[in-house]
Design a protein around this ligand. Sequence first.
Ligand SMILES: Nc1ncnc2c1ncn2[C@@H]1O[C@H](COP(=O)(O)OP(=O)(O)O)[C@@H](O)[C@H]1O
Ligand SMILES: [Mg+2]
Length: 466
Amino acid sequence: MLTRHFAVLATVLLVGIFLASLELSAGYSVNTLYLFPILLAIWVDEPRTAFRVAVASTLLLATATFVRPPAVSIGATVFSRSVIAINIWLAAFVVVRYRQSQARQRADATARAAAESALRRSDKNLEDMRYALDQSAIVATTDVDGAITYVNDKFCEIAGYARDELIGRTHRVLNSGLHPPDLFRDMYETITAGQAWRGELRNRARDGRLYWVDTTIVPFLDDRGRPYQYTAIQSDITERKRSEAALRDQEALAQLGKMAAIVAHEVRNPLAGIRGAMQVVGRRLAASTPEHAIAREVVARVDTLNGIVEDLLLFARPRQPVMTAVPIATIIADTVSLFAQDPRVAAVGVRIEPTSIVVQADAEQLKLALLNLLQNGAQAMRGRGTIAIATTTAGEWHELRITDQGDGIPDAVRAHLFEPFFTTRHHGTGLGLVTARRVIEAHGGSVTLDPAPGGGTVAVVRLPAR
Ligand SMILES: Nc1ncnc2c1ncn2[C@@H]1O[C@H](COP(=O)(O)OP(=O)(O)O)[C@@H](O)[C@H]1O
Ligand SMILES: [Mg+2]
């Protein structure tokens, strides 16, 4: 009931009871009716209404005593009206308490509803945020021990694993072995200290493919500020890394071109002079003298040096290939006879599978490229064993496979294979593979080094079949 309506009703009732109480014939029991509006206040929202009515009733009760003095003794009247007043106040007290507890309950319920709706809203917000994140980023969550508890679709997609293959395992499944342990130690120290870690990681997908991800790892902290889970948010930057590397190569190449011109001029000519002079000196010395052996040694060293300079020039100043149709068997045979001239590979056998495939190629350049691959194979076998060369046509590609029986390529080496000047050999230049790849790519093809069954390596050269 509204307070306003009740005020009118209560006033009418109180006045009515007051007037009735003045009529002595109605008897004193009329005064007990004052309880009625007080009890009615139980339906009024304003909790203290009953008190107001009680005040009014008490005043009216007292007033009536003075306006129309009682017929009986004044003492008895005051006593009986006091009893009624006590009842009125008791009733008022009960009603007010009841109303107050009602009001409190209602306030609680409202607060609870507000809290619930806020919670629902923030739940929804959270869900929306997660959806947005899942749409845009590669996301994984792990517990404190690093065991994966959640991965999104993008994560599964780029890593090439099914979700249940990842849940429960650690990020180590994806470790490419290409980062120094320091990086992971730094990451671990940062996130266990409750701070976000940011960096670029190179991971290995299930099929062995490497990919780069820009990674932010955010620790989620409990009340005591200790991480209870970690969320990794990643984006694929493989493409960016690739173009950065290509740019670096290009810049290095431009520098190298300049240097090669100088080397060609300033080094090659004096080398030729030294070689000629040493040959003359050597011829003058008796073959049995130690000096004769030294002279021959110098010539051999100069030849090696010349080889390196040639490599460098070839690499730094690539020539456009001039394509003609050549039987691949011819190219292979020529390459192998060039290869066999090196005394260090005398114990290496080459098995060639016959083929009648004809390719469009710059024969001279292609021979050099294949020679590099053959030499690498022979070196990996430490100068003994058999290299197999087989050619097939698969779809749009001719595929030439050079398989060695060497030790294979460790992961740490594989990551740098095609980088200029990367070598693991004492006298290597690290230019063989880059040069080979440059030539083969200029032919519209590609070259990869894959593990061969039995532990060696197979160099796969693809040339367009057209
Ligand atoms: N067939 C192979 N087996 C094992 N390792 C290889 C093979 N081919 C190349 N490599 C590795 O790649 C490196 C780079 O090769 P390359 O570019 O030809 O330079 P270099 O022969 O001067 O070292 C080699 O030092 C070697 O570690
Ligand atoms: Mg080489």
